[in-house]
Write a protein that binds this ligand. Structure first.
Ligand code: OSB
Ligand code: MG
Length: 372
């Protein structure tokens, strides 16, 4: 089978800078993968492409090169005779260690091509059972508590069901307390992005967060340390949720079995793809998983929405409406949030939305084409 693969880097300004304990992000980069087969069917995938290796070691440069030099050539050979199976796709990637973001952009495009060829919704491949999903919003560190509260108000007024606030030392207990005073009942959680340690000072902070009835504390400790999280979990009531520490199906299962965490934030790109995100959900079940985000553009957003429409994803995730991130998204229509805090899923084939290729071209910073 002949197949064309287009790799395009795009840059979109964020409507609001996103500050976490590891830095401030002002622009969103993504490497968009487009597959076209010889019958004109198309598949779209998005690769997370950060400017700075703060959340992960992968950056927009590493994803581009690892795809170009290793993953794309190996992936394209799988179209040698027939249309590959998902196991073939993974076998193309198995000798490249790590680099899950780079792999996921290709895997996602492959699923989307499959849906296009078979004239089905992507949701049928991802096991969607729901027409709408409950969702939340992740709010970065702000200049002042007053500003944070007005941002929360802005999102609560739009219907968002759950608020996630970023914390770091110096922006934690007081901030959470003031937000709780204003919003005694809304589901709130915090995300530390590894900003704390097991030092007494930090443990005291973690313990004092117990009184605010938080849904969970996301990734308080180091990105590569599950054991420390287990020790911390044994000393606090609030469930720990792991994000940066989980890179595979096995990690996710072990983290829950050994009580290093009670909940896992699944980001398909971090665990190596959408099939892996599904496998983790099947293994852990409802109440233990939810779907995180990496400020995706519309293509990654649609993939994320369809996987969240599975039964196990009952906890509201981080997938917000397009306008929370961008002035204009790369799909039409844009993703919007309903008054009741849900996002409705489109019914059409493939992504269920149009990819705005004109706009992608305008925002493109790099382009390459591959064929076999
Ligand atoms: O830790 O979950 C995180 C964004 C970039 C990097 C890390 C994280 C995040 C988010 C944003 O929290 C979630 C989203 O709105 O996509
Ligand atoms: Mg996180």
């Amino acid at each position: 089978m002949n197949i064309k693969l287009e790799q395009q880097m795009i840059k979109l300004p964020l409507v609001h800078p996103f500050e976490t304990s590891f830095g401030i992000q002002k622009d969103k980069y993504a490497v968009i993968i487009k597959l076209t087969d010889d019958e004109g069917n198309v598949g779209w995938g998005e690769t997370i492409a950060d400017e700075y290796p703060g959340y992960s070691y992968e950056t927009k440069e590493t994803v581009w090169l690892i795809q170009r030099d290793f993953l794309i050539p190996q992936f394209l050979t799988k179209f040698d005779h027939d249309f590959p199976e998902i196991a073939d796709v993974y076998s193309a990637f198995q000798h490249v260690r790590g680099h899950n973001f780079a792999k996921t952009g290709l895997e996602a495009a492959y699923w989307s091509l499959r849906a296009d060829r078979e004239r089905k919704s992507l949701g049928q491949y991802y096991g969607s059972t729901k027409n709408e999903i409950p969702t939340g919003v992740s709010i970065g560190i702000q200049e002042s508590i007053k500003e944070l509260i007005s941002r929360i108000e802005f999102f609560v007024d739009q219907g968002y069901k759950r608020i996630k606030m970023k914390i770091k030392p110096g922006w934690d207990i007081t901030v959470v307390k003031e937000v709780r005073d204003v919003y005694p009942d809304i589901p709130i959680m915090v995300d530390a992005n590894s900003a704390y340690s097991l030092k007494d000072k930090d443990k005291t902070i973690m313990r004092s967060l117990d009184r605010f009835d938080l849904m969970m504390i996301e990734q308080p400790l180091a990105f590569d340390d599950m054991l420390d999280h287990k020790l911390l979990q044994s000393e606090i009531e609030t469930p720990i949720c792991l994000d940066e520490s989980i890179h595979s199906v096995n990690h996710a299962i072990q983290a829950i079995n050994y009580d290093c965490a009670r909940i896992i934030n699944i980001k398909p790109a971090r665990v190596g793809g959408y099939s892996k995100a599904i496998e983790i959900a099947e293994n852990l079940g409802s109440g233990k998983v939810w779907l995180g985000g990496m400020l995706e553009t519309g293509i990654g957003r649609m993939h994320n929405l369809f996987v969240q429409a599975r039964d196990e994803y009952s906890i509201p995730g981080d997938t917000s409406g397009s306008n929370r991130y961008f002035e204009r998204d790369i799909i039409n229509p844009q993703v919007t949030v309903n008054k009741n805090g849900t996002i409705s899923l489109p019914k059409g084939k493939n992504l269920g939305v149009e990819v705005d290729e004109e706009f992608i071209k305008q925002k493109q910073t790099r382009y390459a084409e591959y064929r076999r």
